[in-house]
Ligand binder design. Structure first.
Ligand code: DX5
Ligand code: ZN
Length: 218
């Protein structure tokens, strides 16, 4: 499968959102990190900002909800223009119900696991998921270092998905740079989220092109 890229707007210059979004128009998705200051120790943006940037991008919006009890806001984020909504397994008591709520909106559903959360907890929901987002840093901030033991977690999940023939992509998020991209793709990542590696680079367009060429050689 061709590796897809989802630049994370978190690392962009928020005072120039429209222009920053233009820089990554050749990516596969735009990754939108929503943080509530409760589930994670940081606050970013909500549905208002997402709906106002919606008209400036043709890319599918890949919204990563790092908020507690995400069931309260599924409709708001779908209405704002999200094409995929990913919620944290750890942030709700009723993950299966939240997945249904997302699907009822006619959009794709993803579940994210923090680094310490085992894969076992996915067993009974995997058949219903469009994607699993493996956090390779603790959620809350861009620019952190990739946790090395996550490569094995990606590979294990890839094996489970292949063995059962599930139609579910693996998205990987946190600390991905040109130097570790190859091992992450080899382990089974389908979608790469990159924040500081793209928006933090002197030339984000060139950085995305470089990442794509590394992926093409795997
Ligand atoms: C962290 C976010 C990530 C973040 C990644 O909680 O979920 O999407 O933007 O940033 P980098 O690529 O800089 O680690
Ligand atoms: Zn994210």
């Amino acid at each position: 499968m061709k590796t897809e890229f989802a630049p994370s707007l978190l690392a962009s210059d928020f005072s120039q959102l429209k222009d920053q979004i233009q820089l990554v128009k050749d990516a596969d998705y735009l990754h939108l990190d929503v943080m509530d200051g409760v589930y994670v120790p940081n606050i970013t943006f909500g549905p208002g900002i997402i709906s106002s940037i919606r008209k400036h991008s043709q890319l599918p919006f890949d919204t990563h909800l790092m908020i507690t009890k995400p069931e309260r806001y599924i409709k708001n984020f779908a209405d704002a223009g999200s094409d995929i909504l990913t919620v944290h397994l750890e942030a709700t008591d009723h993950i299966h119900r939240v997945i249904q709520l997302i699907k009822d909106q006619g959009i794709k559903a993803g579940v994210s696991l923090n680094p310490a959360t085992p894969l076992d907890s996915l067993e009974y929901i995997l058949p219903e998921l469009d994607q699993v987002l493996i956090m390779t840093v603790n959620p809350g901030f861009g620019g952190q270092s990739y946790i090395p033991q996550m490569t094995e977690k990606i590979a294990k999940l890839n094996k489970i998905i292949e063995t059962n023939n599930y139609d579910c992509k693996i998205e990987v998020d946190g600390g991905i740079k040109t130097y570790n991209l190859k091992e992450i793709i080899e382990a089974g990542a389908d979608i790469i989220v990159a924040g500081s590696a793209i928006f933090g680079a002197a030339d984000p367009i060139e950085s995305l092109t470089e990442m794509r060429s590394i992926a093409a050689d795997v």
